[in-house]
Design a protein around this ligand. Structure first.
Ligand SMILES: *[C@@H]1O[C@H](CO)[C@@H](O)[C@H](O)[C@H]1NC(C)=O
Ligand SMILES: *[C@@H]1O[C@H](CO)[C@@H](O)[C@H](O)[C@H]1NC(C)=O
Length: 370
């Protein structure tokens, strides 16, 4: 009997794991399964349950790749279909998750009009009031209009509902962002590794990156730290940083790194416990992502009150170097921070912003400084 119970518990545990969602696209996360013709009026979806796995509200259009808007050809990043979220429209999907686990949501979106556009990502249940991520889409970083964005949340229940909402109210009903490819990834808390006082110093723990997109994932600023999908880090200041992968970019170490794409307007930071008066070394790699981002770059590293400026000459073809900032801690908490001194643009006339890559950030106490 005892044996039987043990087996049963084991089976249950296994079954439970099997039930929660796996990393990657959500069911019909790329909207390839769409409405029946009877559930549409022109491009507009008339039935809130017409797109399998999703619950719709407000004015939503079902967009086919190659469809025209005025004289603009609409491109879809994955497959043949995407959706457009009109004024105040939203889509929602319920997911089985592991309660207490941190998840990141990644999706691809494109602006279609000149106006500023934003998307509001949220999850329910949520014990905090007014707890959502407002992701701005006013600047495009990729060459073809589409970018991927990420946001994170802690699952407060074993079933959650993720919602993506366009809070905009445009005069032109044909405006509103296009949305495609919604994915999720479970992110176990990063452990501090031996030989590094920083968490996730090599940026390996971060949001899902679509294997078929070559533009990385924007990790926005202006979201609460507990929704930052770049575990251990915060994105400070006004603009996003870009999470890049070694399949599509040149990365100094491992599979992931950060590209500082918005000059002094975007920075990443981490606060770490230090001992006042003790000497520390902050070391890191800086380079270029091999994405036609050419020119004189400079990374500014800050640790407490000390700053180091490290120049890097980029040919846009990949490569990196290492740098070290030695400092004396002035308090029991030190903020480590990185930003790019300049704006850089790709040399392909696309006007896309780009910048230096940082990776492999380590902080260690120095035993015998002199
Ligand atoms: C963001 O979305 C959530 C869920 O749909 C909603 O409750 C909230 O009011 C929205 N926030 C804004 C500012 O539109
Ligand atoms: C990536 O693209 C290939 C070829 O177009 C396709 O077969 C595959 O399903 C795509 N993978 C994902 C995750 O979208």
């Amino acid at each position: 009997m005892l044996k039987f119970t043990a087996l049963f518990v084991l089976l249950c545990a296994h079954f439970h794991v099997g039930l929660s969602i796996t990393d990657g696209l959500l069911p019909n996360g790329n909207f390839e399964q769409g409405p029946k013709p009877s559930q549409m009026k022109g491009t507009r979806v008339t039935d809130p349950t017409a797109i399998p796995n999703w619950q719709l509200s407000g004015v939503i259009e079902y967009i086919k790749s190659g469809q025209k808007q005025g004289d603009m050809l609409l491109i879809v990043p994955e497959g043949q279909f995407a959706i457009r979220l009109g004024n105040e429209a939203s889509i929602r999907q319920k997911l089985k998750v592991t309660k207490g686990m941190f998840y990141s949501v990644t999706f691809s979106a494109a602006r279609t009009c000149a106006q500023e556009e934003r998307l509001n990502v949220s999850v329910r249940p949520n014990t905090e009031a007014k707890d959502w991520g407002m992701l701005p889409m006013q600047t495009m970083y990729s060459s073809d209009g589409w970018d991927s964005y990420a946001w994170g949340f802690l699952a407060e229940a074993s079933e959650v509902e993720v919602s993506i909402h366009n809070p905009g109210v445009e005069e032109d009903a044909a405006c509103g962002p296009l949305l495609d490819s919604v994915a999720i990834k479970a992110l176990p808390p990063p452990r501090r590794m031996r030989g590094n006082m920083l968490k996730n110093g090599n940026f390996e723990h971060g949001p899902y990156v679509f294997p078929n997109t070559s533009w990385g994932v924007l990790v926005p600023s202006n979201i609460e730290d507990d929704h930052c999908p770049l575990l251990g880090w915060m994105v400070e200041s006004l603009k996003a940083v870009k999470y890049i992968d070694s399949d599509h970019f040149s990365v100094p170490e491992g599979k992931r790194a950060i590209e500082l794409i918005a000059g002094k307007e975007s920075a990443i930071a981490q606060v770490v416990k230090t001992t006042k008066g003790k000497v520390y070394d902050l070391t890191f790699s800086l380079g270029d992502a091999s994405n036609l981002c050419e020119g004189s770059m400079e990374v500014e590293a800050f640790a407490g009150k000390v700053t180091l400026r490290v120049p890097y000459e980029s040919k846009g073809k990949g490569g990196f170097k290492q740098a070290r900032l030695r400092f004396v801690a002035v308090s029991d908490r030190t903020r480590v921070r990185f930003l790019s001194s300049f704006y850089t643009m790709k040399n392909d006339n696309s006007g896309s912003l780009c910048g230096p890559v940082i990776d492999d950030v380590k902080l260690l106490g120095v035993r015998n400084p002199n």
